[in-house]
Every structure is written in structure tokens, then in C-alpha cells.
Design a protein around this ligand. Structure first.
Ligand SMILES: O=C1O[C@H](COP(=O)(O)O)[C@@H](O)[C@H](O)[C@H]1O
Length: 236
């Protein structure tokens, strides 16, 4: 599945363009359906987006009472751990926005076992969104081609019967929980953020099809699908 690619001169301009896209997607969803369901990513580029959203003028352009925040993936650590994607988003944005606590749906990592976290989170998504798809799923791209916590050569890639799954990531010697392709591909819009020279090699390999079958290459969104890249990552 080929994304619409937007290449911005640098990471600052990438963040501004992505923030504007986020705001307009949120406003449209709220105008049409009265609610905006978004799944957040961890990682450095999404953090810049969250920081922008928390500031004027963007902060004032969205009715945050109508936004429900979820997480595309999470590390199995306490919510106040430095590796927590929730903690990053909370500090970068959530604490500064007038969003009700009940609209912030973090993964319940206090349950301990990753499997239990995944099962509970799938239930939270179903109960909150009923059968609605995500309006927006934000993703980063790891240098190994992973998105969310769908890592190469893991059983998580082939899960089709649940919307979340747990997995052990050998290279980090840690457990994670991730949304599966089933729910990511069903989103109305998917944006992958790719910034910095460190991503140029994987972007080159993907665009020239030097490699195939990476998690990001298996994405097949049925809705709008974008890559937001800076020039350094695009190799231009
Ligand atoms: O481990 C993770 O990495 C990816 C990519 O992060 P980046 O800093 O290389 O952009 C991220 O999207 C994911 O949420 C996170 O858990």
C-alpha cells in the first residue's frame, strides 16, 4: 500500500505540518461525528507534535472535551516510568490540555502481565468506541521498520483475531503491548512520522524495495494514509 508522502525541509516544519493536519482531522471528526478518537505513538517526532498541540494557537482550535486519546503501543512499565509512552505524552501534552481524565485511555500496565494488559486494553477500546474506527492513528517508524510495537519477525505481525496483542521484544529484552494491523488498517487516517538522518537508510531500503516484508510494508490502511518525512530522512 503506497502512502501519500509529504517531505518537509526539516523536522520543525514537519512538526508544524503534522500539527496542522492533526487539528484539521480532529475538527472534521468532531464536526461530523461529535467525537475524535486518536491513537498516539511514542518516539521523538510525535513528541514534537504533542508539544505543539499543547501550545497556542493549536491548543485553542480543538474542542478537547470531545477528544479521546488512546495509545498505539506501550512498554510494560509503570505509568510514571521514563520508558512509558503514556508518560511522554502526558508531559508533552496531556497535562496541559483541558481534556477530561476519563478521555485519556492509557494501557493498564499495573496489571503486570503483558497478556492481561492487552486483553484489558482491547476491552477499553471496544467499550469506548463501540464499533467505530479510529479517526487517526499516529505511528513512528523504527530503524528496523517497526511501527507501533509491531516488530520484524514477531508473532504480533500475524495476529488477526484481536485488536491488541502482547509481545516479547528480544532486542530490548522487554514486553510490550501493541495495536494489531486489524485495528490500525481500519482507521480513517494513518500518519507515519519519519524524521532524521538515522531513518534515511530504512527509508531508502523501503522505497527502493531493497527489503520487503517489514512491518511498515505490511500496513494496508483502508482510509487515508500519509508519511510525513523531513528531508534528512527522505535522503534528499
Ligand atoms: O519503540 C518505539 O519506537 C517507535 C519509533 O520511535 P522513534 O523515536 O524512532 O520515532 C515508536 O513509534 C513507538 O511508539 C515506540 O514505542
Amino acid at each position: 500500500m503506497k502512502p501519500q508522502t509529504r517531505v518537509l525541509p526539516d523536522s520543525n516544519q514537519l512538526i508544524i505540518a503534522a500539527t496542522e493536519q492533526f487539528v484539521s482531522t480532529a475538527r472534521n471528526a468532531i464536526a461530523k461525528r461529535g467525537v475524535f478518537y486518536v491513537a498516539l505513538a511514542g518516539g521523538s517526532t510525535p513528541k514534537g507534535l504533542y508539544q505543539q498541540l499543547a501550545q497556542s494557537p493549536y491548543r485553542d482550535q480543538v474542542d478537547w472535551q470531545r477528544v479521546h486519546f488512546f495509545f498505539g503501543d506501550e512498554r510494560c512499565v509503570p505509568a510514571d516510568h521514563d520508558d512509558s509512552n503514556f508518560k511522554m505524552a502526558r508531559l508533552a501534552m496531556l497535562d496541559a490540555l483541558p481534556v477530561p481524565d476519563s478521555n485519556v485511555h492509557r494501557m493498564p500496565t499495573e496489571l503486570g502481565e503483558a497478556k492481561a494488559v492487552a486483553v484489558a486494553y482491547a476491552e477499553t477500546i471496544k467499550q469506548t468506541m463501540q464499533s467505530a474506527p479510529f479517526d487517526l492513528v499516529l505511528l513512528g517508524l523504527g530503524p528496523d521498520g517497526h511501527i507501533a510495537s509491531l516488530f520484524p519477525d514477531t508473532p504480533a505481525l500475524t495476529v488477526t483475531d484481536t485488536i491488541t496483542t502482547d509481545l516479547y521484544v528480544e532486542k530490548f529484552d522487554s514486553w510490550r503491548v501493541t495495536l494489531t494491523y486489524a485495528v490500525i488498517n481500519a482507521a480513517r487516517q494513518v500518519i507515519v512520522f519519519i524524521a532524521g538522518e538515522a531513518k534515511a537508510a530504512i527509508v531508502h531500503d523501503i522505497t527502493t524495495q531493497t527489503v520487503t516484508g517489514l512491518p511498515v510494508q505490511k500496513l494496508a490502511p483502508s482510509g487515508d494514509y500519509y508519511w510525513y518525512m523531513d528531508q534528512a530522512a527522505s535522503g534528499q
